[in-house]
Design a protein around this ligand. Structure first.
Ligand SMILES: Cc1ncc(COP(=O)(O)O)c(C=O)c1O
Length: 364
């Protein structure tokens, strides 16, 4: 947190706008639109809430299928289940670690052949890197399937010069405490269609009909962002580019020190855009490196350095065990061999060297 965040929060206190409505919420939505190049936005209490609303707004209902990237955090798919719909998981490509357009194509062809197309596809942009949006959106348009972009981890990234999250019917972002910028907790839903973001506002504020008394014709949610937190978000937006630069610098320093080692491969930066390197991730080939990912992770943990395996694919999660999937071998391999290194925007050279030394020393 910096001075700007403090100033905006103080302003919220001094003007007594301590509610899930107010000038900071409106300004944060406007400024966020400018940052990502979107026309309309609705600020909400979390990225998960934004995804839940997005699915509802594109018409997902009980019994529908929704395709979703398999290699991601469970919050990408949980809201599908909130609505009584069924997730179907799609494998990753090796260029970006995100949804493989060829696997998606095979999945859509198969579902079209049995007359059972999904209601929507959730495209996740993992670890600060955009999926290959053009072929994915083209396929979805061809089959008349709605697209939702889960850009929770990818604020500040680009795809062909534009922000991921702004290509599909709806895009969502997260400001959870671990994200590249944070409001402690929060999310944003963006769309080019004003009717989607205004309906999102309506549903997020308990779906109140325009009546002087409290009247409801639809089930609503308490999902709006607080004016205090929106103040933090406005301050954080001003440092987004510094944060991206800091994360990319972490990755460069790790690469300079480790990329030449046999068996170490960094998550590639796909040719279609710029990744934020929200997390620096790499894979370890145990035959070439001498030890496996888990041995490296435990060696780091012994020195109080927290590193995590890459997301466990959702098709392997007990909670989604009975869901269908297309492919999955790439996601499984990335999970088996992948490691996310400490990647905070405030890491010093000394911190980074400490991690590097621990990795170099882990082979004994
Ligand atoms: C890919 C992905 N989707 C969705 C979410 C959910 O966002 P939130 O924590 O703001 O609910 C997160 C992070 O938490 C995430 O990493």
């Amino acid at each position: 947190m910096g001075d700007r965040e403090h100033q905006f929060v103080t302003e919220a206190f001094e003007t007594n706008w301590i509610a899930p409505i107010g000038p900071h919420v409106d300004a944060f939505e406007r400024e966020f639109c400018q940052t990502v190049g979107s026309s309309h936005a609705t600020a909400v209490s979390s990225g998960t809430a934004a995804l839940h609303l997005a699915l509802k707004l594109v018409g997902v209902d009980a019994g529908d299928e929704v395709f979703c990237s398999s290699l991601t955090f469970s919050a990408s798919a949980n809201p599908i289940v909130y609505l009584g719909a069924k997730p179907v998981f799609i494998d990753s490509d090796r260029i970006s670690w995100n949804m493989d357009p060829l696997v998606l194509q095979a999945a859509l062809e198969q579902r079209a052949s049995i007359g059972k197309l999904p209601k929507a596809v959730i495209i996740v942009h993992l670890y600060g890197q955009s999926a290959d949006l053009d072929p994915i959106i083209k396929l979805c348009k061809q089959y008349g399937v709605a697209t939702i972009e889960d850009a929770a981890e990818a604020l500040g990234a680009t795809y062909k010069g534009r922000s991921p999250g702004t290509f599909g019917d709806v895009g969502i972002f997260s400001f959870n405490g671990n994200k590249i910028i944070t409001t402690s907790g929060g999310g944003m839903l963006v769309s080019e269609d004003a009717s989607i973001t205004s309906k999102a506002k309506f549903l997020a504020t308990q779906a109140r009909d325009p009546a002087p008394h409290y009247q409801h014709s639809e089930i609503g949610y308490n999902y709006r962002m607080s004016n205090v937190l929106a103040g933090i978000g406005r301050g954080q937006l001003m440092v987004l580019s510094d944060r991206v630069a800091a994360r990319r610098r972490n990755c460069e320093i790790y690469q300079q020190a480790l990329a030449h080692l046999p068996g170490i491969e960094f998550m590639p930066e796909a040719p279609w855009g710029s990744a934020t390197r929200w997390l620096t991730c790499l894979t370890i080939d145990p035959t070439a490196f001498g030890i496996d990912r888990e041995t490296v992770r435990l060696a780091l943990a012994e020195q109080q350095i927290e590193a995590r395996p890459v997301w466990k694919p959702l098709h392997l999660q007990p909670i989604f065990g009975d869901c269908e999937r297309f492919g999955g071998e790439v996601a499984e391999d990335l999970f088996d061999r992948g490691l996310c290194l400490p990647s905070g925007s405030n890491l010093s050279d000394e911190d980074l060297n400490c991690v590097i030394e621990a990795i170099l020393g882990s082979r004994g």
